[in-house]
Structure formats: structure tokens, C-alpha cells
Design a protein around this ligand. Structure first.
Ligand SMILES: [Zn+2]
Length: 412
């Protein structure tokens, strides 16, 4: 069994790095706060008996050898960077749980066929450069020199921040792991939602990681006087946009798995007594199944064009970002389900609505994730919380899953 008390103590110690008055943390990438967190994590890795190194993008990696040094490794990890004034569990839990897994193996004298590696990825959140998952992209070989031109609010680029941190941006290719070098990637994470809490379950098996398509939708009508323009003569851009929003809600709801959100609404000219002539809204549409998501998107656009035609409103739309969802590996999911069964936990399948490093690694190896219950579903906030018991049981599931995968060389 893993040591939940030790894990909890380390979570509270790590919460001191970049601690804010609110009780939350701010640990942006390539800063002193992130450095302090990684130094502490490196000391835990050493206590766990791992061989510790940092790669060319600053990913902190601890390795425990298996019987076959040439076999692919089981990689377990998460991140220790945070959003501004973020919580103490998003990221740190997965890294510290990975170390706890390795330390439990070490203390139990457990020999595995495959090596087990624990990683703290560099900059998952993207809070500093509005460009995240830097470490996992580098590992997967998809981080380009062009990507390092993204700048923070002080106009410092990723490449410049790396240099100031003691890394050479020219060498990012050295962080890339060859295909076949990883047997699987496992991550324990807080759910950041309310599904498990509503079900009364501590642990869930992640089926896939949803990815968003982001669009802007622009509605063009006629500005007019709110008092003198009869209803039948209006071409109200906001009324059309409002109808489109009900279409988005209905079409996303109809699948049972998709989620659609309008988070931004720009209304022009924006006067209380003026009929809106131009409205721009944002659409964030997600599903773990790309075909389902894209079908919902098509339906939304088709119905929006139809309603705009009926209302005499001009309509334009543009894709801002289109990411590819990732399905979790069936082999890894069944190992997680077996572990849950052994512990008498009702396995709950759920999708990840938030993005995670595993998305970047899916091209490199099979990916699996385990979620634990988040109090009130709150995340990216100092109020983010999961109980000591839930952290422990989630880590025990992670341990059993890692053991299952690391003793078996073939079968993926
Ligand atoms: Zn996270």
C-alpha cells in the first residue's frame, strides 16, 4: 500500500513554493517559484531511490530501472507549474503520486520488468506564454523552434526565458523520446468537475481527453433607433445571436457527451436604446470523439445560417483553434478498472473536459488517466481541494495500475 500520510505531507510542503496570501500558488514556468518546486520534487525523487535528471526543456525526470534496461518505460507524471493564484492539487498530485508509487515499489523490494519513470513536465498550464504543454510537446517531438517565439506579458519569449533559466533553446530536440521508448503514460489528476462528487465516488477512469474547436461567429444586421423602428422592420444582430446560442445549447446537449460554451459576447454599438447592428460571439465546442464534435459543429453552423437567412442577418465564422481529442488506451483503462475492482471501488468512466499533457503524448505511447473527486468541482483557484483519503486511494489505484503495466513487457 502507498503511504497516504507521506503524500499529504509532500503536497503541503510543495504548496509553499510560490504560495500566495490567498493560500493558493503562482508558479509560472521558468521562474524562481517553479525552480523551487522542481528542486523540492527532485529531493523527493532522490528519497524514493530514483535517478534524477532534467532534460533539455527542463522536464524533471526520475527513473527506477526495470529488469530489462532496453525495454520501454512506464511513464507516470503531471506538472508543477500553475495558473496565476491556482490551487495546490492540479499537477502536484500527479507528480507526487508518481513518486509515491516508485517509493512504494522501492520500499517493498518490488522488481518490475519495465523501468518506471516519474516526470514533472515543464509548463503544462500555458499561463505565462498563453502556450502550454511545452514539456510534453518536447518529449513527443512536436515542439518547434517557432513555438518558442510565444511571449509573456513583459514581451519575454519562451526561448529567452529558457536561456535565463539555464537552458539552451537550440537543444530542445534532445528532450524528444523515440517512439517505442515508452510503454505507457499514466497520470493521476483531480477531476476539476463535479461528476465524481455527484456520484459519491472517490476515483474515476478517464475514457478520453476532450479537445476544443474554437470559433468566432459574427452576426451583421442594421443598427437602428429602439423607439422608432417597428419590430417587423428590424434586422437585430443580437436577437439572431441569441437564437444561435439556444441552437448551440440544444445541439451540444443532444449528444449527451459534447459541451458547447459561448464565453464571450461583443455587442455593437452597445447602447440601451440602439438596436445592435453587429455581434461577435465565441464558441468553445468539445467532445472526446472528434467525429461527434465536428458533426455538432456542422449542425450548429447549418442551423445558424438558416436562422440568419430567415432574419436577413449576415453571418461569418472563422476557426480560431482546432485540437484533436485523445482516447485513453483500452489496455490502460482495463488495468485501472482492475485496480479499482480490487479496492472495492465502483469504477466510474468519465471524460476529461480539460486538456492535459497526455494529449501531446498520445502519438508516442498509450495514454491513461485516473481522476479523483474535486470538492465542488472547483479548480484553478485557491479553493481547489481533494481530501487526504481520496488522494491516497487514487494513488493506490495508480500504484496497482503501474505495477500491472510494468511487469508485462508485451501486450499493448
Ligand atoms: Zn493539471
Amino acid at each position: 500500500m502507498v503511504d497516504g500520510g507521506r503524500l499529504w505531507l509532500r503536497l503541503s510542503e510543495l504548496a509553499e513554493a510560490g504560495k500566495q496570501e490567498s493560500g493558493g500558488v503562482t508558479r509560472l514556468s521558468f521562474t524562481q517559484e517553479e525552480r523551487a518546486a522542481k528542486d523540492l520534487v527532485a529531493s523527493y525523487m532522490q528519497e524514493a531511490g530514483l535517478t534524477v535528471r532534467e532534460d533539455a526543456v527542463g522536464n524533471l525526470i526520475g527513473r527506477r530501472e526495470g529488469k530489462d534496461p532496453d525495454a520501454p518505460a512506464v511513464l507516470i507524471g503531471s506538472h508543477v507549474d500553475s495558473v496565476i493564484d491556482g490551487g495546490n492539487f492540479d499537477g502536484p498530485l500527479g507528480v507526487l503520486a508518481g513518486i509515491e508509487v516508485a517509493q512504494t515499489m522501492e520500499e517493498g523490494g518490488v522488481e518490475t520488468d519495465l523501468a518506471v519513470e516519474v516526470v514533472a513536465f515543464t509548463d503544462e498550464e500555458g499561463a505565462r506564454f498563453s502556450f502550454g504543454m511545452i514539456g510534453s510537446r518536447a518529449l513527443a517531438g512536436t515542439l518547434s523552434v517557432e513555438d518558442l517565439k510565444h511571449e509573456d506579458r513583459e514581451s519575454v519569449s519562451i526561448a529567452e526565458a529558457m536561456r535565463a533559466y539555464g537552458l539552451d533553446p537550440e537543444k530542445i530536440g534532445e528532450a524528444t523520446r523515440p517512439r517505442g521508448s515508452m510503454a505507457a503514460y499514466l497520470e493521476l489528476h483531480i477531476e476539476q468537475g463535479r461528476v465524481l462528487e455527484n456520484e459519491g465516488l472517490p476515483v474515476g477512469v478517464v475514457t478520453g481527453i476532450a479537445a476544443p474547436v474554437w470559433r468566432s461567429l459574427v452576426f451583421k444586421g442594421d443598427t437602428g433607433h429602439a423607439g422608432t423602428t417597428p419590430m417587423q422592420l428590424r434586422r437585430d444582430a443580437l436577437a439572431a445571436a441569441a437564437e444561435a446560442m439556444t441552437v448551440i445549447e440544444a445541439e451540444a446537449s443532444a449528444t449527451g457527451s459534447s459541451v458547447g460554451t459561448v464565453g464571450r459576447l461583443g455587442v455593437e454599438p452597445g447602447g440601451i436604446n440602439v438596436i445592435p447592428g453587429r455581434v461577435e460571439l465565441s464558441l468553445d465546442l468539445r467532445d472526446i470523439d472528434e467525429a461527434t464534435r465536428d458533426r455538432v459543429e456542422d449542425r450548429i453552423l447549418e442551423r445558424t445560417r438558416e436562422l440568419c437567412g430567415r432574419r436577413g442577418i449576415g453571418f461569418e465564422t472563422e476557426v480560431l483553434q482546432r485540437m484533436v481529442p485523445v482516447s485513453c488506451s483500452g489496455r490502460v483503462r482495463s488495468a485501472v478498472q482492475t485496480a479499482c475492482g480490487e479496492l472495492g471501488l465502483g469504477p466510474q468512466d468519465l471524460a476529461s473536459g480539460a486538456a492535459h499533457d497526455g494529449m501531446q503524448l498520445a502519438g508516442l505511447c498509450p495514454v491513461g488517466m485516473i481522476f479523483i473527486r474535486s470538492r465542488d468541482g472547483v479548480s484553478h483557484s485557491p479553493d481547489e481541494y481533494s481530501s487526504e483519503e481520496d488522494c491516497e486511494v487514487g494513488t493506490e489505484v495508480l500504484y496497482r495500475t503501474a505495477l500491472d503495466l510494468a511487469v508485462e513487457v508485451r501486450g499493448f
